[in-house]
Design a protein around this ligand. Structure first.
Ligand SMILES: Nc1ncnc2c1ncn2[C@@H]1O[C@H](COP(=O)(O)OP(=O)(O)OP(=O)(O)O)[C@@H](O)[C@H]1O
Ligand SMILES: [Mg+2]
Length: 323
């Protein structure tokens, strides 16, 4: 039985600059100059966590906020992120009718909401184009009720229809009180992923702006460590340095490594303070909450090794350069 206590950092560390930038996006949008913005970063870097903080800022500034997500395999499902968004719209009374209209439109379209159609005949192409325009129009109409933040998560998993809708929406949002916020894993834009070329085109045409979430600095990791251990300011510097080295400043890994160490009791923490952190989760005799069975043993230098919803690869103790 897994008795490990999941640790979640109660404060947002090291993202003040990005939150400040998001405030600019929101205030521009409130004046009718919204648009599409990307939050890019590797798995576990804190995109979703930052989205949560931006949503709270937006709501405090009088915006409505709605989010749609994708899941592994959604590349095969036409309009999956839009279906999820529509489901969340239906939960907010003022947007429920639009949510229903988006769902209906997606489900009535041949191939949409199911496995993507491969029929590329002229008719199918035209129907998909009309569908994309209709859906973008429905989404654009959300801002008629006041400023709104629409977040679309994990676009590296989005299909062509979703991306076509977002392109059209990006243009209308530029003169509307609407911020469309898209997140994606920068380390998963493989050559055949639809978002790859789509994103480059939008950035080149200035139809979108992008910011990248960096790994935490050693100071940021030390702050997270002290907050997670409930010992503000009194964490030994050797422990903080070891945690940073082993996690590369990726917040998810910091949470999971500390979860693992605290589950091991004070002895584990004391050895970690002496830089005696186990090299792998198996060495530590336990696994983090997000680690699927059978993956950690293959990560030769992976103390944290925790990987959630991501392809398995070793975590190097050296800083990797972002693509
Ligand atoms: N800046 C931060 N300060 C404190 N905790 C953070 C920070 N960023 C992320 N976390 C924590 O790290 C974990 C992973 O964050 P999150 O799920 O946002 O990553 P992500 O980039 O969205 O990952 P994925 O690509 O898998 O969706 C969460 O438990 C979150 O609470
Ligand atoms: Mg996420």
């Amino acid at each position: 039985m897994d008795t490990q206590r999941p640790l979640v950092c109660p404060i947002l560390v090291g993202r003040d600059e990005l939150l400040g930038l998001a405030m600019h996006w929101l205030s521009d949008a409130a004046r009718g100059r919204g648009g599409l913005r990307f939050l890019a970063g590797e798995a576990g870097i804190g995109k979703t966590r930052l989205v949560g903080s931006i949503e709270r800022q937006a709501i405090a500034s009088g915006f409505a906020a709605v989010r749609g997500g994708t899941y592994p395999g959604d590349l095969e499902v036409s309009g999956a992120v839009l279906l999820d968004l529509a489901r969340n719209l239906r939960r907010q009374e003022r947007f429920a009718a639009t949510g229903r209209a988006i769902t209906d439109r997606l489900l009535e379209a041949p191939g949409a909401g199911t496995v993507a159609v491969s029929d590329e005949s002229g008719d199918a192409h035209r129907r998909r184009r009309i569908l994309a325009l209709d859906l973008a129009e429905l989404l654009g109409s959300l801002s008629a009720r006041g400023p709104i933040l629409v977040t679309l998560e994990d676009l590296h998993q989005a299909d062509d229809l979703t991306l076509a809708v977002i392109s059209t929406l990006a243009q209308s949002a530029m003169s509307a009180p609407m911020v469309v916020l898209g997140t994606y894993r920068s380390d998963e834009l493989y050559p055949r992923v639809p978002m790859r070329d789509w994103r480059s085109l939008l950035l080149t045409k200035r139809l979108a702006e992008e910011v990248r979430l960096d790994r935490l600095t050693p100071e940021g990791t030390a702050t997270m460590t002290s907050v997670l251990l409930g010992r503000p300011g009194v964490v030994p510097s050797t422990l903080a340095a070891t945690i940073h080295q082993r996690t590369d400043g990726i917040p998810l890994h910091v949470e999971e490594l500390l979860g693992m160490l605290t589950a091991g009791g004070s002895a584990a923490l004391e050895s970690a303070a002496g830089a005696d952190v186990p090299d792998t989760l198996d060495d530590a005799g336990c696994r983090p909450r997000s680690c699927s069975p059978g993956t950690s043993t293959s990560r030769s230098r992976s103390a944290s090794a925790p990987r959630r919803r991501r392809r398995p690869r070793a975590i190097s103790p050296r800083r990797a350069t972002h693509p």
